[in-house]
Write a protein that binds this ligand. Structure first.
Ligand code: NAP
Length: 325
């Protein structure tokens, strides 16, 4: 089978397209023929080995798993002896990062717990784009953010994969949503449920007069004390990612901020594939639309990762695994 392979950390252009043997399956695994996958921040970091701290997770000197990719949709081709949740022919999708990587491939053998049944109403490309960003958005807003109807919510990095889904969930729950992102995305972001939009290059949202009940941040890049300026009493600041040094500051100061300022700061630790049924239902009733900025074919995974890392994508960047490869 064809895979995208990395022998070492380095520029995306050094990724290899390689032919390897189709994997066998263990008792608790399923063999999936992959139809679509999606690009995530993990891929951009894992291929380049940057930030260096991530190498503690991905492998110190070279990647432990040489095939990147952590989201997929596809069809089950074979099942292990003890698999109970799926049968051959089932359509599935999911964020597999709790069980390893390797979705930039024609096939993957993976623990049955890593995936979910794919509803027929979701196209393969949509399903591949849902689980990771959807999980970040839902768990950030709901589980940690305790989102309520009437809340004023600000989403920083609001035009990315997580932000586009989060804005629509917040809308559905009856909140007012402000999004911060690059100028080129702002108009389109309004079509995905943002009531107000802010250009991060011209406006520092932490200097606004407006106060928010909840800030959801995909790009934490300021001192935690800056965010206090724009939080209402009992406000919540939830970060899903950003600069490592700033995230460490959030960890370090959050108890103190709670004690002195009575505001909640938290860092999300994503639980892969949690509560996807809720998001599937929102899609089915028309309350949630997935934004797929660009769809690349499997031959162009390196270009897709480079595009994700450098370009101005709105929503998700997806790979279609057509079998001409
Ligand atoms: N908590 C967890 O367990 C966990 C697990 C995996 C990943 N993550 C993290 O979750 C985040 C994923 O978010 P995502 O999928 O939505 O990423 P994404 O698609 O890359 O979106 C990020 C958005 O932020 C924008 N942006 C860039 N610089 C900005 C700035 N200075 N101010 C405001 N916005 C800015 C980007 O626009 P441009 O096009 O201008 O760059 C992009 O639209 C990442 O930080 C990732 O590391 C967290």
């Amino acid at each position: 089978m064809k895979v995208i392979y990395q022998n070492s950390y380095g520029p995306v252009s050094e990724l290899l397209k390689k032919e390897i043997q189709k994997p066998g399956i263990k008792e608790n695994e399923v063999l999936i023929k992959i139809h679509a996958s999606a690009i995530n921040d993990y891929d951009w970091s894992m291929v380049r080995g940057k930030p260096y701290l991530y190498r503690l997770m991905f492998g110190l000197f070279k990647p432990k798993n040489p095939i990147p990719g952590m989201e997929l949709s596809g069809v089950i081709e074979a099942i292990g002896k003890s698999v109970t949740r799926f049968k051959v022919g089932d359509q599935v999708y999911g964020d597999i990062s709790n069980y390893g990587f390797g979705s930039f491939a024609e096939y993957i053998a993976i623990n049955e717990k890593a995936i979910l049944p794919k509803p027929n109403s979701l196209k393969y490309e949509e399903a591949a784009a849902l689980s990771h960003a959807g999980g970040l958005a839902l768990q950030g807003l709901q589980d940690l953010g305790k989102l309520k109807a009437g809340d004023k919510v600000l989403i920083n990095g609001g035009g990315g994969g997580m932000g586009i889904i989060a804005a629509q969930i917040a809308n559905f729950k009856g909140a007012k949503v402000t999004g911060v992102d690059h100028l080129t995305k702002l108009e389109e972001m309004k079509a995905y449920g943002y009531d107000e939009v802010i250009d991060y290059n011209t406006t520092d949202f932490t200097e606004l007069k407006t106060k928010f009940n909840l800030i959801l941040d995909a790009k934490t890049n300021r001192s935690p004390f800056k965010y206090l300026n724009v939080l209402k009493p009992n406000g919540r600041y939830i970060t899903v990612g950003g600069s490592l040094s700033r995230l460490i500051q959030v960890l370090f100061f959050k108890a103190w901020i709670k004690l002195i300022y009575k505001k909640n700061f938290a860092i999300l630790a994503l639980k892969a594939n949690k509560d996807m049924r809720f998001l599937e239902a929102l899609i089915a009733n028309g309350s949630l639309r997935l934004a797929i900025d660009e769809s690349f074919d499997f031959d162009h995974v390196p270009e897709a990762i480079q595009f994700f890392g450098e370009a101005r994508h709105l929503g998700k960047v997806v790979i279609t695994h057509k079998t001409k490869v």
